[in-house]
Design a protein around this ligand. Structure first.
Ligand code: 2RA
Length: 343
C-alpha cells in the first residue's frame, strides 16, 4: 500500500519543492508528515488542496514512516537521518552528509538507479551540478568510454537557498532603481556580478568545496573513481536553473551526429540544439522543467585529437538538481518495493 512519507525541512525552498513534486506527479502516498525546526513549526503547507500542519522535528516523529525526505542541511541530517532509519524508514537525504559514505547509495535514477539497492536505510541525493551533469554523462557513457571531463558551471541563486533567491530579487531591483544595496545573504554583490560561491578553498588544489563535491560525486555516480575532472563553479545572477559548459573527452573519435542522436533519446534529457535559429539551452526555458536541456553539441576545437565533444546544459536546480531527483529515488524504491522492505 502507499507509503507514509515525511519531509524534514518542509518549509525550506527544497522541502516545498519536494511537496509540490509529490502532488504534481501523483506519487502515491498514504499520508505526509511535515517537519521543521521549532522556528518554522506551526505553519501549514498545502498539498492536494488540504492544509497540512508543519510540526517540530523530534525523534518520535519517524515512528510508522516509510520514506523520509531530508531537506534541511547536513547538520540536521546527521542528527536525525540515523534515527529515522532506525525507526524503519528509508531516508532520501538531500544534504552532503552521507554522499561519500560507501554504505549509502548516491543515486541519479537515469544514471545509476540500479545501484539503489542494497541500502542500509539511507540514500543520498547528489549535489545539484553532479545530478544535472550525470543525467547527460551517463547516457554518453553507455555508448562510449569517457576519459576526462571539464565543466564550467553557472549556478543559480536557488543553490544558496531562499535567502539567496530573495537577495537576487532585491539586489537586482535596487540596482535598477539606483538604490544603494549592501549584500547580506550572499558573500558578494549579487546583481550584475559573478562570484565563486563558497569560501572553503582547499589549500593544496585551490579548488573550493563545491568544485570538489562535483568531482567526487560525478566520479562515484559514473563508477569511474579515477576519472580526471576539471571544474570551475561560478554563482551567477539567475534565479533557479543551473547551466554547465561541459567538455567530454572520449577514448576515441566520436561523431558529433552520433552524440546528438544518443542524447535525443536519452531519459531525462531534452535536446535544444538549433543552430539556424540560435536556439540553445537557457535557464529561462529550463526553469520548472523536469528534463535537462542539452545543446551547442560540437567538436571541441581545443583538443587536437578530435576526441572531445563540447556542449551546454541547463537544468532546474530545485527539480532535477534536488527535489525531483529525490522524489524519483523514492519512486524507484517504491517500484522495487524496497521502501516497505526497509520498514
Ligand atoms: C549550490 N550546489 O548551488 C550548491 C548547493 N545547492 O550552492
Amino acid at each position: 500500500e502507499p507509503p507514509v512519507v515525511a519531509i524534514v525541512g518542509a518549509t525550506g525552498v527544497v522541502g516545498r519543492e519536494v511537496l509540490q513534486c509529490l502532488e504534481d506527479r501523483g506519487t502515491p502516498v498514504a499520508s505526509i508528515r511535515l517537519l521543521a525546526s521549532a522556528r518554522s513549526a506551526g505553519q501549514t503547507l498545502s498539498f492536494k488542496g488540504a492544509h497540512l500542519p508543519v510540526e517540530e522535528v523530534a525523534d518520535h516523529q519517524f515512528d510508522g514512516v516509510n520514506i523520509v525526505f531530508f531537506c534541511a542541511g547536513a547538520t540536521v541530517s546527521r542528527r536525525y537521518a540515523p534515527v529515522a532509519a532506525k525507526a524503519g524508514a528509508v531516508v532520501v537525504d538531500n544534504s552532503s552528509a552521507f554522499r561519500m559514505d560507501p554504505t549509502v547509495p548516491l543515486i541519479v535514477p537515469e544514471a545509476n538507479g540500479s545501484q539503489i539497492v542494497p541500502h542500509a536505510g539511507i540514500i543520498a541525493n547528489p549535489n545539484c551540478v553532479a545530478a544535472i551533469a550525470t543525467v547527460v554523462l551517463a547516457a554518453l557513457q553507455r555508448c562510449w568510454s569517457i576519459s576526462r571531463l571539464n565543466l564550467v558551471t553557472y549556478q543559480s541563486a536557488s543553490g544558496g537557498g531562499a535567502a539567496a533567491m530573495d537577495e537576487l530579487r532585491d539586489a537586482t531591483s535596487a540596482k535598477l532603481n539606483g538604490d544603494d544595496y549592501a549584500p547580506n545573504a550572499m558573500p558578494h554583490p549579487y546583481a550584475f556580478n559573478l562570484f565563486s560561491h563558497n569560501s572553503d578553498v582547499d589549500g593544496e588544489t585551490g579548488y573550493n568545496g563545491e568544485e570538489l563535491k562535483v568531482i567526487e560525486e560525478t566520479r562515484r555516480i559514473l563508477s569511474q573513481p579515477k576519472l580526471p575532472i576539471g571544474v570551475t563553479c561560478v554563482r551567477v545572477p539567475v534565479l533557479r536553473a543551473h547551466s554547465i559548459a561541459l567538455s567530454v573527452r572520449f577514448d576515441h573519435f566520436v561523431d558529433v551526429e552520433q552524440v546528438r542522436a544518443r542524447l535525443e533519446n536519452a531519459p531525462g534529457v531534452r535536446l535544444v540544439d538549433d543552430r539556424d535559429s540560435n536556439h540553445f539551452p537557457m535557464p529561462s526555458e529550463a526553469t520548472g522543467e523536469y528534463d535537462v536541456l542539452v545543446g551547442r553539441i560540437r567538436r571541441d576545437l581545443g583538443d587536437p585529437t578530435g576526441h572531445t565533444i563540447a556542449m551546454f546544459i541547463c537544468g532546474d536546480q530545485l527539480l532535477k538538481g534536488a527535489a525531483l531527483n529525490a522524489v524519483q529515488i523514492a519512486e524507484t524504491l517504491l517500484a522495487l518495493g524496497a521502501a516497505q522492505e526497509a520498514a
